[in-house]
Design a protein around this ligand. Structure first.
Ligand SMILES: Nc1ncnc2c1ncn2[C@@H]1O[C@H](COP(=O)(O)OP(=O)(O)OP(=O)(O)O)[C@@H](O)[C@H]1O
Ligand SMILES: [Mg+2]
Length: 604
């Protein structure tokens, strides 16, 4: 999958110039948060200064007041130390709070923009992209960026600033001791970078295993019925074990490296401390360094090594976030679906002409999803007030025709006109407003049945009641009571297949559309539900302009004209009786179906 490739490519390489532009682009999302940015930078500077004051205060006390009886200036010296402690606490707090606020607000913007973009992407994007991948962008990638902003980038700047300031102060205090310290520091940095590469590789392995683990879980939970029904538990478990083992392996490697890393850094910083005491003690005995300076040095040492120790973590946060940002921007940069590039809607596309005028015209349409053609020069015309049934074998391209009519996809060749307007010239949103569509697999949202029926349109009690009554979902005295008040679960869970279809039909009726498109479900229902659905369909079709993709004879017989599709083209056309006389594909389909119905009849 393309999306995954992008993810793999990015990991494992160092920072580059492209990363800088990524960073700047991320920063552009903080535009509206200048006050927080200023506050966090200012408190960062002040916190650093306060931190530096602490060891210096100690030095003053040791040098000037560590002799019995010498108390002059003690309060001032102690005050310097105290100011350092209190200042670093107060400004540290301010820095954390403002940086967190900055991060949250930025992330809010970023997530909003990403979600808006995803809503507007063309259908072709969703054909090629795993839904789990999209969810991960919105959740974990945005979080990774958040972590970089709130704990990574500002504190890294703070660390660099702190280390540079300490280095200057140490150099001014005593150049000889400073150079001794630098020696240890170089060894420490070499050690850190040596392990860093290994750490990153192990981290990447764990991350990949986590992603695979999530995907495997998501798929299994989503399709648990099928897994159980087909006894695939063993196989699924086997796959899961493999991924899980990879995860554990990666985790073990990671903890091994970490167990070497932290004691190593600890050892080296203590080695530095010992060196300072040794060399400093010698200077002190020679009289070239005061005891206070020595104490200050030891104090600074602690504050100096901390950031070095955290360096690898910061770099890996930064790299994860940049990889995340790159994926987020790759979505943001995709061109939106056509309807969202229409700046100005024409406003009320008027259905042209009276009865008998063409409402839908498809002219020589050729289209396919990938490279393969599904429709090959198909032409179709539906006039006002006419009900046209489309039939054909499974996979013939019937639902594909609907996808084109609703402008979910654009034809490769040929033209589609609705209400006399070419779809390439008008906004799909305007077209869709006039069309009601009952999909082949009715999709219901979580909520009540009523919410699903009104589907965002204003509530009109009278109309609702009429629609519910027509679809027979107002009351079902025999069994479940009123369906209409029931809560629908995720993906329509909690309703039977027949009830789901009825709700989808009610939704279309409630819109009272100028053009109705019904993609009938091929799923077989029990005779009672079947009859209910057929009755609802009959009432739905009464007096409308409609295109019906029919899988049932009962529905076909409601239509004025039947169009038979095969090989991406219309192969037969006429009324039910005409087509039966012709001895073509339709007759074959019809006979197959009536045979099946007879069989079912006899089984009952
Ligand atoms: N999103 C898609 N991406 C790639 N190929 C697709 C996609 N949707 C459908 N196809 C392919 O296009 C062809 C036509 O599919 P379509 O859904 O239009 O068939 P249909 O006539 O509606 O069949 P059925 O009666 O089973 O509903 C099939 O070969 C199908 O595999
Ligand atoms: Mg279909």
């Amino acid at each position: 999958m393309r999306a995954t490739v992008l993810l793999e490519e990015r990991e494992g390489r160092g920072l580059s110039r492209g990363d800088l532009s990524l960073l700047f682009r991320l920063l552009s999302f903080t535009k509206g948060q200048i006050p927080y940015l200023v506050l966090s930078l200012a408190s960062m500077g002040l916190a650093t200064l306060s931190t530096i004051l602490q060891p210096y205060g100690l030095k003053l006390i040791v040098d000037r007041n560590f002799v019995p009886g010498r108390t002059e200036g003690l309060f001032i010296n102690a005050g310097v130390f105290a100011a350092g402690v209190i200042g670093s606490m107060v400004f540290g707090y301010l820095q954390m709070v403002s940086v967190a606020a900055l991060g949250q607000r930025t992330i809010h913007e970023l997530r909003k923009e990403l979600f808006e973009k995803i809503l507007r992407l063309p259908m072709t994007f969703f054909d090629r992209t795993h839904s789990g991948w999209i969810v991960a962008r919105l959740v974990s990638d945005v979080d990774a960026v958040n972590e970089m902003i709130s704990s990574g980038i500002v504190s890294s700047i703070a660390d660099v600033f702190l280390m540079a300031s300490i280095a200057v102060v140490l150099f001014l205090l005593d150049a000889g001791l400073f150079l001794t310290l630098m020696g240890t520091l170089i060894i420490l940095i070499l050690f850190v970078f040596l392990l860093k590469g290994k750490l990153r590789a192990a981290n990447r392995e764990v991350r990949r295993a986590t992603a695979d683990l999530t995907r495997s879980l998501q798929e299994t939970v989503g399709g648990l019925e099928v897994v159980r029904a087909f006894g695939r538990e063993e196989k699924v478990l086997e796959e899961f074990r493999k991924v899980n083992a990879r995860y554990v392996e990666g985790g073990k490697r990671l903890s091994k490296i970490y167990s070497l890393y932290f004691p190593g850094v600890e050892f080296l910083s203590h080695f530095g401390l010992a060196l300072i005491i040794l060399v400093g003690g010698y200077y002190f005995r020679q009289g070239s360094v005061t005891l206070g300076t020595l104490v200050a040095f030891i104090g600074y040492l602690e504050k100096f090594f901390g950031p070095v120790r955290d360096m690898t973590d910061k770099v890996s946060v930064l790299q994860t976030a940049l990889a995340a940002a790159e994926r987020i921007f790759s979505i943001l940069d995709l061109p939106p679906s056509r309807e969202f590039s229409f700046r100005q809607e024409k406003g009320g596309i008027s259905p042209r002409g009276g009865r008998g005028e063409a409402v839908v015209e498809m002219e020589n349409v050729t289209f396919g999803y990938d490279d393969e053609e599904v429709l090959r020069g198909l032409s179709l015309k539906v006039r006002r007030g006419e009900r046209v049934a489309i039939v054909g074998l499974t996979g013939a391209g019937k639902s594909t025709i609907v996808n084109l009519l609703l402008s979910f996809y654009e034809p490769w060749e040929g033209e589609v006109r609705i209400f006399g307007h070419s779809l390439s010239e008008i906004s799909p949103r305007e077209v869709r407003e006039k069309i009601a569509f009952v999909p082949q697999e009715p999709f219901l949202f979580e909520g009540t049945v009523v919410e699903n029926v009104t589907g965002g349109l204003p509530l009109d009690e009278m109309k609702l009641e009429r629609v519910l009554a027509i679809c027979d979902i107002l009351k079902d005295a025999e069994s479940t009571g009123s369906v209409s008040s029931r809560q629908v679960g995720e993906r329509g869970l909690g309703l039977s297949a027949g009830e789901r279809q009825l709700v989808a039909i009610a939704r279309a009726l409630y819109r009272d559309p100028e053009l109705l498109i019904l993609d009938e479900s091929a799923a077989h229902l029990d005779p009672k539900s079947e009859e209910k659905v057929s009755r609802a369909v009959r009432r739905l079709l009464a007096g409308r302009t409609a295109i019906v993709i029919a899988h049932r004879l009962a529905t076909v017989s409601e239509c004025d004209r039947i169009v038979v599709i095969a090989g991406g083209k219309v192969v037969e056309e006429g009324t039910h009786d005409e087509l039966l006389r012709r001895d073509g594909l339709y007759r074959k389909l019809w006979r197959l179906q009536s045979m099946e119905e007879k069989r079912e009849e006899s089984e009952r």
